[in-house]
Design a protein around this ligand. Structure first.
Ligand code: GAP
Length: 514
């Protein structure tokens, strides 16, 4: 656990030191759970969004994108159920006066049990070597099987209590598990209460005519209320999807874990409209497709797992998370929800407008069912960034910090470095930079010794360093250094564009989904 916490601290400080993520309003001591993306961070974030958009919209003829407004008519949130049901169960510790999400306290308790399982598995893997089968060990080793059963049982009991809105049951579970406040160390808890997560604001010039609004807590509703406009103007036939990337806002109480849980964040959501009765099939299909998208980025599949929900949201008939192995354990990265016809039917009811599709094959109109995929851009950023960050010990015993980002997502694809500033090398390097700039995000750096510049580019996740030296003047060749292997090769300047393109082209990466 301590190692994981250290890893996480390293991730946060690396993100700051190299210009990826800053605390919002830092010179005013910051704003809790709000972050700014800096010069490197915004590029990585944009690349993540582009990778998603291309996979979802560009590569699917039956999916289109929109960008709806953050401000929406307040009745939308009544219809969607957010005013009545978008709550977190909160509990206060009477001694520390600190407030917690009751379900997170229980989940953290389960995470500790899961850490014990991982530890036992790691020990056993060392003992048994290649023949080790973790699943079999989990089922047969008495102690580990006990941990597995206990964590499942706790989560199931929590799910049941939350579904039944049995807040007293949630409190009893916390007490029974002996969960204490991390600050005061006491189990002196208040009752569990529900707390609505939406931020309110007002629109209008004078106090008496101003209208109460909410900052949207999800982008999905902007898609639902535009369903008919898009279907008609785009001449879309079911099944079809509408995708959107945009900001969402939630007054999160448990504000920690860096950009994992923020009050202002970005979502990439797809609402896929299907014929009623086919939703299960599409739900399974989207689960598979989305997992393939994650795998295409090249991190080990061990970092991902599905978690099927025991407790379903008010709109869903099936739901699963894609969980990722963050430095603080497996946590939700993306949600896939079979949302039934809940949202469209409810908007029909509240708006008085029909939101139906005439299906020419069935010769009938119906309210479509919806399968949703929803992933936080910031969580995706944290997943990629934390997994890519490595501290390597080299053969000569020195260490290097390297950010092994998938090349397609790297903020800078290549850095152009003159070996020295004199002898016309700067001018030559500058001209290569200016040529590559038309096609790729590249940078130019002539400060410090070249070894130090390599290390800096490693830490920024730049896949290639291109060094211009005296030989370049003679034969129009440069050295290209590969970030992950540190291997260097001599290539012609005329080949550079092709080499970089092969490594960073979105097409090559997305083709791995096939
Ligand atoms: N439209 C469905 C929806 O919003 P959700 O599970 O509440 O579902 C979807 O959120 C995704 O949005 C999550 O899987 C997560 O990646 C991201 N997300 C949710 N709350 C977040 C927060 N406070 N900070 C950062 N990302 C968040």
């Amino acid at each position: 656990m301590a190692i994981q916490e250290d890893d996480f601290k390293r991730v946060i400080s690396h993100a700051k030191e190299y210009g990826f993520v800053f605390q919002s309003s830092e010179i005013y001591d910051g704003l809790s759970a709000v972050y700014d993306y800096a010069q490197q961070g915004v590029a990585l974030k944009n690349n993540i969004k582009d990778y998603w958009w291309r996979a979802m919209v560009q590569m699917n003829n039956h999916i289109v994108g929109i960008d709806s407004a953050i401000f929406m008519h307040p009745t939308i949130w009544k219809a969607s159920g957010h005013i009545d049901a978008f709550n977190d169960p909160l509990i206060d510790n009477k001694d520390s006066k600190k407030r917690y999400r009751a379900d997170v306290l229980i989940e953290d308790h389960v995470a500790k049990i899961e850490a014990k399982i991982e530890k036992e598995l790691a020990k056993a893997a060392k003992r048994f070597g290649d023949a080790f089968d973790p699943e079999q060990y989990k089922a047969t080793n008495e102690r580990v099987a006990g941990y597995v059963a206990s964590s499942k049982n706790i989560l199931a009991r929590m799910g049941d209590a939350l579904t039944a809105e049995d807040l007293q049951g949630v409190k009893s579970l916390i007490e029974e598990l002996g969960i204490v406040c991390p600050i005061s160390g006491s189990a002196n808890w208040t009752d569990v209460k529900q707390f609505n997560l939406m931020f309110g604001t007002k629109i209008g010039a004078s106090a008496d005519t101003a209208m109460d609004l909410y900052l949207r807590p999800e982008t999905a509703q902007g898609i639902f209320v535009n369903f008919l406009n898009v279907q008609k103007t785009g001449r879309m036939k079911i099944p079809f999807g509408i995708a959107q990337i945009g900001k969402a806002f939630r007054n999160e109480i448990v504000a920690r874990q860096f950009i994992f849980r923020q009050r202002e964040f970005e979502q990439m959501e797809l609402q896929f409209f299907v014929r009623p009765g086919t939703q299960k099939e599409w739900y399974e299909k989207w689960k598979e497709t989305r997992m393939k998208w994650h795998y295409s980025l090249g991190f080990s599949p061990d970092n991902y797992r599905f978690h099927d929900h025991d407790k379903l949201a008010h709109y869903a008939d099936a739901a699963a998370d894609i969980e990722f192995k963050f430095p603080f354990g497996f946590k939700e990265l993306e949600g896939i929800h079979s949302r039934t016809d809940f949202d469209l039917s409810s908007h029909e009811k509240y708006s008085g407008k029909k939101l139906q599709f005439f299906d020419p094959e069935l010769n009938e109109s119906y309210v479509p069912y919806v399968v949703e995929t929803s992933i936080g851009v910031d969580r995706m950023f944290l997943a990629i960034f934390s997994k890519a960050l490595e501290e390597e010990t080299l053969e000569n015993g020195s260490t290097r910090t390297v950010l092994k980002l998938p090349a397609v997502l790297a903020p800078t694809k290549a850095a152009i470095l003159p070996l020295v500033k004199k002898d016309g090398l700067s001018e030559l390097a500058q001209s290569i930079f200016e040529e590559l700039q038309w096609d790729f995000a590249v940078s130019y750096d002539e400060k410090d010794a070249v070894g130090r510049r390599y290390r800096r580019q490693d830490a920024l996740g730049t896949p290639f360093c291109i060094t211009v030296d005296h030989q370049t003047k003679e034969d129009q060749t440069v050295t290209i250094r590969h970030r992950d292997t540190m291997a260097q090769e001599r290539v012609a300047i005329s080949e550079l564009s092709q080499i970089i393109d092969r490594a960073v082209n979105v097409k090559h990466w997305l083709q791995k989904m096939k």
